[in-house]
Design a protein around this ligand. Structure first.
Ligand SMILES: NC(=O)c1ccc[n+]([C@@H]2O[C@H](COP(=O)([O-])OP(=O)(O)OC[C@H]3O[C@@H](n4cnc5c(N)ncnc54)[C@H](O)[C@@H]3O)[C@@H](O)[C@H]2O)c1
Length: 289
Protein backbone atom coordinates (compact mmCIF):
# COMPACT_ATOMS: atom_id res chain seq x y z
CA UNK A 1 0.00 0.00 0.00
CA UNK A 2 1.09 3.55 0.60
CA UNK A 3 4.02 2.49 2.83
CA UNK A 4 5.80 1.39 -0.34
CA UNK A 5 5.52 4.87 -1.83
CA UNK A 6 8.89 6.56 -1.33
CA UNK A 7 9.44 8.43 -4.62
CA UNK A 8 7.15 11.40 -5.19
CA UNK A 9 6.86 13.71 -8.18
CA UNK A 10 5.18 17.10 -8.11
CA UNK A 11 4.33 18.92 -11.34
CA UNK A 12 4.09 22.69 -10.83
CA UNK A 13 6.00 24.40 -8.04
CA UNK A 14 3.73 27.42 -7.40
CA UNK A 15 1.94 28.05 -4.11
CA UNK A 16 0.39 24.58 -3.97
CA UNK A 17 3.05 22.47 -5.67
CA UNK A 18 5.76 23.95 -3.43
CA UNK A 19 3.60 23.22 -0.39
CA UNK A 20 2.92 19.62 -1.45
CA UNK A 21 6.63 19.10 -2.12
CA UNK A 22 7.50 20.54 1.28
CA UNK A 23 5.15 18.24 3.23
CA UNK A 24 6.40 15.20 1.27
CA UNK A 25 10.05 16.07 1.93
CA UNK A 26 9.29 16.76 5.59
CA UNK A 27 7.70 13.28 5.75
CA UNK A 28 11.05 11.83 4.65
CA UNK A 29 10.14 11.16 1.02
CA UNK A 30 12.40 11.56 -1.99
CA UNK A 31 10.64 14.34 -3.94
CA UNK A 32 11.22 15.71 -7.44
CA UNK A 33 9.43 18.93 -8.44
CA UNK A 34 9.00 19.76 -12.13
CA UNK A 35 8.40 23.33 -13.28
CA UNK A 36 8.12 24.83 -16.78
CA UNK A 37 11.84 25.58 -17.05
CA UNK A 38 15.04 25.88 -15.00
CA UNK A 39 14.31 29.47 -13.92
CA UNK A 40 10.84 28.54 -12.62
CA UNK A 41 12.38 25.45 -10.96
CA UNK A 42 14.78 27.72 -9.03
CA UNK A 43 11.86 29.95 -8.00
CA UNK A 44 10.02 26.85 -6.74
CA UNK A 45 13.08 25.88 -4.69
CA UNK A 46 13.22 29.39 -3.20
CA UNK A 47 9.51 29.13 -2.34
CA UNK A 48 10.02 25.88 -0.43
CA UNK A 49 13.19 27.15 1.28
CA UNK A 50 11.39 30.34 2.40
CA UNK A 51 8.48 28.32 3.77
CA UNK A 52 10.81 25.95 5.67
CA UNK A 53 12.59 29.01 7.04
CA UNK A 54 9.30 30.46 8.26
CA UNK A 55 8.44 27.17 9.98
CA UNK A 56 11.83 27.23 11.77
CA UNK A 57 11.43 30.89 12.80
CA UNK A 58 7.96 30.15 14.20
CA UNK A 59 9.32 27.22 16.20
CA UNK A 60 7.29 24.65 14.21
CA UNK A 61 10.31 22.87 12.80
CA UNK A 62 13.88 22.10 13.89
CA UNK A 63 16.61 23.72 11.78
CA UNK A 64 18.10 20.25 11.13
CA UNK A 65 14.71 18.91 9.93
CA UNK A 66 14.43 21.84 7.50
CA UNK A 67 17.93 21.12 6.15
CA UNK A 68 17.10 17.41 5.81
CA UNK A 69 13.89 18.21 3.96
CA UNK A 70 15.82 20.35 1.46
CA UNK A 71 18.27 17.52 0.77
CA UNK A 72 15.35 15.26 -0.21
CA UNK A 73 14.12 17.73 -2.84
CA UNK A 74 15.20 18.01 -6.46
CA UNK A 75 13.88 20.76 -8.75
CA UNK A 76 13.88 20.34 -12.50
CA UNK A 77 12.50 21.82 -15.70
CA UNK A 78 12.26 18.41 -17.38
CA UNK A 79 9.21 16.17 -16.92
CA UNK A 80 11.28 13.12 -17.94
CA UNK A 81 13.00 13.39 -14.54
CA UNK A 82 9.79 12.01 -13.01
CA UNK A 83 10.06 8.67 -14.88
CA UNK A 84 10.74 6.53 -11.76
CA UNK A 85 8.13 8.17 -9.49
CA UNK A 86 5.54 6.04 -7.66
CA UNK A 87 3.13 8.91 -6.95
CA UNK A 88 2.89 12.13 -8.92
CA UNK A 89 0.84 15.10 -7.75
CA UNK A 90 -0.01 17.53 -10.53
CA UNK A 91 -0.38 21.13 -9.30
CA UNK A 92 -0.10 23.29 -12.43
CA UNK A 93 -2.43 26.21 -13.19
CA UNK A 94 -6.18 25.55 -13.02
CA UNK A 95 -6.57 25.27 -16.78
CA UNK A 96 -8.06 22.16 -18.42
CA UNK A 97 -5.76 22.20 -21.47
CA UNK A 98 -2.59 22.64 -19.38
CA UNK A 99 -3.60 19.82 -17.04
CA UNK A 100 -4.69 17.44 -19.83
CA UNK A 101 -1.34 17.98 -21.54
CA UNK A 102 0.52 17.16 -18.32
CA UNK A 103 -1.46 13.94 -17.77
CA UNK A 104 -0.98 12.78 -21.37
CA UNK A 105 2.77 13.39 -21.03
CA UNK A 106 2.99 11.70 -17.60
CA UNK A 107 1.23 8.64 -19.01
CA UNK A 108 4.09 8.21 -21.49
CA UNK A 109 6.88 9.05 -19.05
CA UNK A 110 5.98 7.25 -15.79
CA UNK A 111 7.44 3.74 -15.99
CA UNK A 112 5.64 1.92 -13.16
CA UNK A 113 2.13 0.88 -14.32
CA UNK A 114 1.06 0.80 -10.65
CA UNK A 115 2.14 4.41 -10.05
CA UNK A 116 -0.63 6.77 -8.96
CA UNK A 117 -1.21 9.97 -10.92
CA UNK A 118 -2.98 12.50 -8.71
CA UNK A 119 -4.30 15.97 -9.46
CA UNK A 120 -4.56 18.84 -7.01
CA UNK A 121 -7.24 20.47 -9.17
CA UNK A 122 -9.82 22.50 -7.25
CA UNK A 123 -12.67 22.01 -9.66
CA UNK A 124 -11.88 20.24 -12.94
CA UNK A 125 -13.26 16.74 -13.59
CA UNK A 126 -10.74 14.12 -12.46
CA UNK A 127 -12.31 11.74 -14.97
CA UNK A 128 -11.28 13.92 -17.94
CA UNK A 129 -7.66 13.96 -16.74
CA UNK A 130 -7.82 10.18 -16.36
CA UNK A 131 -9.15 9.86 -19.90
CA UNK A 132 -6.06 11.70 -21.18
CA UNK A 133 -4.06 8.66 -20.01
CA UNK A 134 -4.17 4.93 -20.70
CA UNK A 135 -4.56 4.28 -16.94
CA UNK A 136 -7.65 6.16 -15.77
CA UNK A 137 -8.01 3.64 -12.93
CA UNK A 138 -4.75 4.98 -11.41
CA UNK A 139 -5.81 8.67 -11.68
CA UNK A 140 -7.34 10.33 -8.62
CA UNK A 141 -7.92 13.76 -7.09
CA UNK A 142 -5.73 14.63 -4.11
CA UNK A 143 -6.87 18.12 -3.19
CA UNK A 144 -4.69 19.88 -0.62
CA UNK A 145 -5.47 23.23 1.00
CA UNK A 146 -3.44 26.41 1.12
CA UNK A 147 -0.98 26.71 2.87
CA UNK A 148 -0.34 22.96 2.54
CA UNK A 149 2.12 22.67 5.47
CA UNK A 150 -0.43 24.32 7.78
CA UNK A 151 -3.93 23.17 6.77
CA UNK A 152 -4.71 19.57 7.76
CA UNK A 153 -7.39 18.70 5.19
CA UNK A 154 -7.08 16.68 1.98
CA UNK A 155 -10.02 15.77 -0.25
CA UNK A 156 -9.63 12.43 -2.04
CA UNK A 157 -11.68 12.58 -5.21
CA UNK A 158 -12.58 9.42 -7.11
CA UNK A 159 -13.72 9.55 -10.72
CA UNK A 160 -15.99 6.94 -12.29
CA UNK A 161 -12.79 5.23 -13.48
CA UNK A 162 -10.64 5.45 -10.31
CA UNK A 163 -10.06 1.99 -8.83
CA UNK A 164 -10.87 1.26 -5.19
CA UNK A 165 -7.21 0.31 -4.69
CA UNK A 166 -5.97 3.69 -6.02
CA UNK A 167 -8.37 5.58 -3.73
CA UNK A 168 -7.42 3.48 -0.69
CA UNK A 169 -3.70 3.90 -1.44
CA UNK A 170 -3.80 7.71 -1.64
CA UNK A 171 -6.14 7.99 1.32
CA UNK A 172 -3.75 5.91 3.41
CA UNK A 173 -0.77 7.91 2.09
CA UNK A 174 -2.35 11.30 2.90
CA UNK A 175 -3.47 10.18 6.36
CA UNK A 176 -0.64 7.96 7.56
CA UNK A 177 2.43 9.28 5.74
CA UNK A 178 1.55 12.99 5.54
CA UNK A 179 -0.58 13.13 8.71
CA UNK A 180 -3.53 14.81 6.95
CA UNK A 181 -7.23 14.37 7.66
CA UNK A 182 -9.01 12.97 4.62
CA UNK A 183 -12.55 13.47 3.41
CA UNK A 184 -13.81 11.69 0.32
CA UNK A 185 -15.66 13.41 -2.48
CA UNK A 186 -17.20 12.26 -5.71
CA UNK A 187 -15.95 13.84 -8.91
CA UNK A 188 -18.23 16.88 -9.06
CA UNK A 189 -16.96 20.41 -9.78
CA UNK A 190 -15.74 22.02 -6.56
CA UNK A 191 -15.85 18.72 -4.63
CA UNK A 192 -17.03 19.42 -1.06
CA UNK A 193 -15.15 22.49 0.14
CA UNK A 194 -15.03 24.71 -2.94
CA UNK A 195 -18.64 23.95 -3.86
CA UNK A 196 -19.52 25.65 -0.56
CA UNK A 197 -16.71 28.22 -0.37
CA UNK A 198 -16.64 29.72 -3.87
CA UNK A 199 -20.25 31.04 -3.95
CA UNK A 200 -19.49 32.76 -0.63
CA UNK A 201 -16.31 34.38 -1.99
CA UNK A 202 -18.14 35.46 -5.16
CA UNK A 203 -20.91 37.02 -3.05
CA UNK A 204 -18.30 39.04 -1.14
CA UNK A 205 -16.76 40.19 -4.45
CA UNK A 206 -20.21 41.22 -5.73
CA UNK A 207 -20.79 43.13 -2.49
CA UNK A 208 -17.50 45.03 -2.93
CA UNK A 209 -18.26 45.56 -6.64
CA UNK A 210 -21.66 47.13 -5.89
CA UNK A 211 -20.11 49.60 -3.44
CA UNK A 212 -22.32 48.22 -0.69
CA UNK A 213 -19.30 47.96 1.65
CA UNK A 214 -15.51 48.28 1.42
CA UNK A 215 -13.18 45.29 1.12
CA UNK A 216 -11.87 46.02 4.61
CA UNK A 217 -15.40 46.33 5.99
CA UNK A 218 -16.51 43.02 4.43
CA UNK A 219 -13.46 41.18 5.80
CA UNK A 220 -13.75 42.70 9.26
CA UNK A 221 -17.45 41.84 9.28
CA UNK A 222 -16.81 38.14 8.76
CA UNK A 223 -13.72 38.01 11.00
CA UNK A 224 -15.26 39.73 14.00
CA UNK A 225 -18.91 38.97 13.40
CA UNK A 226 -18.57 35.28 12.54
CA UNK A 227 -15.16 34.42 14.03
CA UNK A 228 -13.73 33.47 10.64
CA UNK A 229 -9.92 33.53 10.84
CA UNK A 230 -9.78 35.45 7.55
CA UNK A 231 -12.43 37.51 5.72
CA UNK A 232 -13.59 36.37 2.25
CA UNK A 233 -11.64 38.94 0.22
CA UNK A 234 -8.39 38.23 2.08
CA UNK A 235 -9.05 34.54 1.49
CA UNK A 236 -9.68 35.14 -2.23
CA UNK A 237 -6.37 37.06 -2.35
CA UNK A 238 -4.63 34.16 -0.62
CA UNK A 239 -6.05 31.56 -3.00
CA UNK A 240 -5.17 33.73 -6.02
CA UNK A 241 -7.85 35.60 -7.97
CA UNK A 242 -6.98 33.74 -11.20
CA UNK A 243 -7.56 30.46 -9.39
CA UNK A 244 -10.83 31.71 -7.84
CA UNK A 245 -12.02 32.79 -11.32
CA UNK A 246 -11.05 29.44 -12.87
CA UNK A 247 -12.83 27.48 -10.15
CA UNK A 248 -15.94 29.67 -10.55
CA UNK A 249 -15.88 29.04 -14.31
CA UNK A 250 -15.68 25.26 -13.79
CA UNK A 251 -18.55 25.37 -11.31
CA UNK A 252 -20.61 27.57 -13.64
CA UNK A 253 -19.85 25.29 -16.62
CA UNK A 254 -21.04 22.28 -14.67
CA UNK A 255 -24.11 23.62 -12.88
CA UNK A 256 -25.15 26.76 -14.85
CA UNK A 257 -26.22 28.42 -11.59
CA UNK A 258 -25.84 32.25 -11.48
CA UNK A 259 -24.34 32.01 -7.98
CA UNK A 260 -21.22 30.42 -9.53
CA UNK A 261 -20.80 32.99 -12.35
CA UNK A 262 -17.55 34.97 -11.92
CA UNK A 263 -18.42 38.66 -11.29
CA UNK A 264 -17.06 41.18 -13.85
CA UNK A 265 -14.82 42.81 -11.20
CA UNK A 266 -13.06 39.49 -10.60
CA UNK A 267 -12.46 39.00 -14.31
CA UNK A 268 -11.16 42.58 -14.70
CA UNK A 269 -8.75 42.13 -11.80
CA UNK A 270 -7.41 38.90 -13.30
CA UNK A 271 -6.94 40.62 -16.69
CA UNK A 272 -5.14 43.46 -14.90
CA UNK A 273 -2.74 41.00 -13.24
CA UNK A 274 -4.05 41.86 -9.76
CA UNK A 275 -4.06 38.25 -8.57
CA UNK A 276 -3.83 38.78 -4.80
CA UNK A 277 -0.95 37.92 -2.51
CA UNK A 278 1.16 36.26 -5.18
CA UNK A 279 1.38 39.49 -7.21
CA UNK A 280 1.32 41.85 -4.20
CA UNK A 281 -2.11 43.32 -4.92
CA UNK A 282 -5.69 42.06 -5.09
CA UNK A 283 -8.50 43.34 -2.89
CA UNK A 284 -5.73 44.28 -0.47
CA UNK A 285 -2.03 45.08 -0.94
CA UNK A 286 0.82 42.92 0.34
CA UNK A 287 4.48 43.31 1.03
CA UNK A 288 6.12 40.68 -1.22
CA UNK A 289 9.45 40.72 0.64
N1 LIG B 1 -4.27 28.47 -4.47
C1 LIG B 1 -5.02 27.72 -3.70
O1 LIG B 1 -5.48 28.14 -2.62
C2 LIG B 1 -5.32 26.31 -4.11
C3 LIG B 1 -5.84 25.42 -3.16
C4 LIG B 1 -6.06 24.08 -3.54
C5 LIG B 1 -5.81 23.68 -4.84
N2 LIG B 1 -5.34 24.59 -5.76
C6 LIG B 1 -5.07 24.10 -7.11
O2 LIG B 1 -3.67 23.87 -7.22
C7 LIG B 1 -3.25 24.11 -8.59
C8 LIG B 1 -2.10 25.11 -8.59
O3 LIG B 1 -2.53 26.30 -7.97
P1 LIG B 1 -1.49 27.34 -7.37
O4 LIG B 1 -2.25 28.23 -6.46
O5 LIG B 1 -0.27 26.62 -6.90
O6 LIG B 1 -1.11 28.16 -8.69
P2 LIG B 1 0.24 28.99 -8.98
O7 LIG B 1 -0.12 29.93 -10.06
O8 LIG B 1 0.81 29.51 -7.71
O9 LIG B 1 1.26 27.87 -9.51
C9 LIG B 1 1.09 27.15 -10.70
C10 LIG B 1 2.49 26.74 -11.14
O10 LIG B 1 2.38 25.78 -12.19
C11 LIG B 1 3.47 26.00 -13.07
N3 LIG B 1 3.17 25.34 -14.34
C12 LIG B 1 2.30 25.72 -15.30
N4 LIG B 1 2.29 24.81 -16.32
C13 LIG B 1 3.20 23.85 -15.99
C14 LIG B 1 3.66 22.68 -16.62
N5 LIG B 1 3.19 22.29 -17.80
N6 LIG B 1 4.63 21.94 -16.00
C15 LIG B 1 5.13 22.32 -14.80
N7 LIG B 1 4.72 23.44 -14.15
C16 LIG B 1 3.76 24.19 -14.73
C17 LIG B 1 3.59 27.51 -13.15
O11 LIG B 1 4.88 27.90 -13.61
C18 LIG B 1 3.33 27.91 -11.69
O12 LIG B 1 4.51 28.00 -10.94
C19 LIG B 1 -4.50 24.56 -9.33
O13 LIG B 1 -5.10 23.45 -9.94
C20 LIG B 1 -5.40 25.10 -8.21
O14 LIG B 1 -6.76 25.04 -8.52
C21 LIG B 1 -5.07 25.88 -5.40
Amino acid sequence: MSGDIRRIGVVGGGQMGAGVAEVCARAGLDTVVCEVDAVAARAARDRVAASLDRAVRRGKLEESAAQNALTRLVFTGDLEDLADRQLVVEAVVENPDAKTEVFAALDKIIEDPAAVLATNTSSLPVMRLGMATSRADRVVGLHFFNPVPVLPLVEVVTSLHTSADTAATVEDFAARVLGKTVIRSRDRAGFVVNALLIPYLLSAIRMAESGFATAAGIDTGMELGCAHPMGPLKLADLIGLDTVASIAESLYDEFREPLYAPPPLLQRMVEAGLLGRKTGRGFHTYDRG
